[in-house]
Design a protein around this ligand. Sequence first.
Ligand SMILES: [Zn+2]
Ligand SMILES: [Zn+2]
Length: 103
Amino acid sequence: MALELRPNCEYCDKDLAPDAADARICSFECTFCADCVDRVLFNVCPNCGGGFVPRPIRPVTEWRPGLSLAKRPASAKRVHLSYDREEVARFAKVVRDIPPESR
Ligand SMILES: [Zn+2]
Ligand SMILES: [Zn+2]
């Protein structure tokens, strides 16, 4: 299995290209932009309650056979949150002060 490299922020719908330095993912690969993670989500994934890390960038060079962005392309399927903004804010408020390793 490989990361899907989803194409957008689930919250604000910003495009997140495979080489975006501001893409963040949770352990389930819920994907958001750094601005939303910092300013809106407060490092709380609205889908699972986990924290985020920067999404790794898949190499464009095929250093090893079959393992490059061209051979294993990013997903084109945009994903959108199923929670409204009020619920996202409520949930973040409940969870944000608990460190991710204790959630
Ligand atoms: Zn965003
Ligand atoms: Zn998540």
